[in-house]
Ligand binder design. Structure first.
Ligand SMILES: [Zn+2]
Length: 441
């Protein structure tokens, strides 16, 4: 996450929520977003129809369906495939969830995080003022989502509980933050700590590394890459092109500073290289959030995959154009973490344009699911919203966007990531069944 959700959603921090109840979190975001006031007004009527108190209704699974239905009614467009029964009757809702799950049950979340370290962060000891400011931002967010101890609760244990056990996520790919210049010379989430996620759930998780900052010295950067591969057996990179050096950032297509890294990745067999793009908040400079540096890089390293995290939103059009005008490309990907969560609840028309543009221009084989959880709490509400989301007909006809078919949903939710990370779907599904105590099908 790299986006100030507390400004985007009004009153979120004042709403008591159970962080382990994704329905409640999803409903709270709909009620606090761009249409929040009008959705909130409608909730009383829906609660009455369901025969529930307003308080219980808002916490229930039918309440979340009602929030999505309200968004349809207010906009006059069908963004969510939700019927009135699902918003009023618990059994009808449970049945609808079952049907939706069966249509796309394999979910790879490409964008997840743990957000603490042993001993947490102390200014002057292992964090600079700026480093602490960033931790504080995430901490406020965690508290707004009901985590009593904010970022301290975004730990390895809750990663397993909220993402792997209590949501439909089959495989979680977890990402570093890097920024070691702000955290006492170690990555914000040290590798030694985050690797415990993989040690605990080896069949259900994949670990990426980050924090490569060539402006601090190229040979040091290459050494670090070797260490990641040799010591930690990483499955790819998630980088930031903003940095804390005087230069403030770097580009993927810098032939002197960056190409040697990609050449080394080639030799080491590191194929999937992601980068934070878009969401230019806080200390992140907008110029480095644009994705134009993916253009030459993707052409010069055809055997590597380049993934724009956050889909470069709000610059997703630039990303889409890199393939829309060069349809021969096969190594350019988008990931939708935070972008989907922030827009679907608050500005569904924008969400439809973003997804539509990515699917039309990059193609359904190149868009991947991500939620940026634990930062958005239990990700189940996002999974449900995506299974229910539709690009309205008006936009399909006017913009050439595809409809979201079950096939497209399956690709985005899991199959595309499984292809590029070589995930054994059957094995992962078996591990998931064991984790949640379900009989293996
Ligand atoms: Zn993130």
């Amino acid at each position: 996450m790299e986006f100030d959700v507390l400004r985007h959603f009004k009153g979120l921090e004042d709403t008591p929520k159970d962080p382990f109840n994704p329905d409640e979190i999803g409903t709270a975001l709909f009620m606090g977003g761009g249409m929040g006031e009008r959705i909130t007004q409608k909730m009383d009527g829906y609660a009455k129809k369901a025969g529930m108190s307003r308080r219980n209704f808002i916490r229930s699974s039918v309440g979340f369906s009602a929030a999505m239905m309200a968004a349809n009614e207010i906009t006059g467009m069908k963004f969510f495939d939700v019927g009135t029964a699902e918003a009023a009757d618990l059994d009808a809702k449970a049945e609808a969830v079952k049907v939706a799950r069966a249509s796309s049950d394999f979910v790879v979340d490409v964008h997840t995080h743990v957000c603490t370290r042993p001993g947490h962060y102390v200014v002057g000891q292992n964090a600079t003022e700026r480093g602490m400011w960033f931790v504080q931002l995430l901490d406020d967010l965690g508290k707004a989502f009901g985590l009593a101890n904010g970022t301290r609760d975004m730990n390895v244990e809750n990663y397993g509980k909220m993402i792997l056990k209590e949501s439909d996520t089959t495989v979680g790919i977890f990402n570093p933050f890097g920024f070691r210049e702000d955290y006492g010379g170690q990555d914000m989430i040290p590798m030694d700590y985050q690797v415990k996620v993989r040690e605990n759930w080896p069949e259900s998780t994949i670990m990426l590394a980050g924090g490569l900052t060539p402006n601090q010295g190229l040979s040091e950067t290459i050494d670090r890459l070797h260490m990641y591969v040799e010591k930690y057996k990483i499955s790819g990179l998630k980088l930031y092109t903003f940095d804390s050096t005087k230069k403030k950032g770097w580009w993927f297509d810098d032939e002197k500073l960056a190409y040697p890294i990609w050449e080394e990745c080639r030799k080491l067999g590191v194929k999937n290289i992601g980068c934070h793009k878009g969401v230019p908040f806080g200390q992140f400079y907008a110029r480095y959030a644009h994705c134009e540096d993916f253009d030459a890089t993707a052409d010069d390293f055809l055997d590597l995959n380049f993934i724009a995290y956050h889909s470069a939103w709000p610059y997703h059009n630039e990303l889409a154009a890199l393939k829309g005008f060069k349809p021969q490309r096969k190594n350019l990907y988008a990931e939708v973490g935070t972008t989907f969560a922030a827009t679907v609840t608050s500005r569904p028309l924008e969400c439809a344009h973003v997804l539509g543009t990515l699917l039309r221009d990059l193609g359904p084989d190149y868009v991947m699911w991500g939620t940026d959880s634990l930062l958005w709490g239990n990700p189940q509400w996002q999974i449900e919203a995506f299974r229910k989301f539709q690009i309205p007909d008006q936009l399909v006809e006017g913009h050439g966007y595809p409809k979201l078919t079950d096939e497209i949903r399956r690709k985005v939710l899991g199959e595309n990531a499984a292809r590029i990370w070589n995930i054994d779907k059957n094995k992962a599904m078996q591990a998931k069944a064991e984790l949640v105590g379900r009989a293996v099908a």
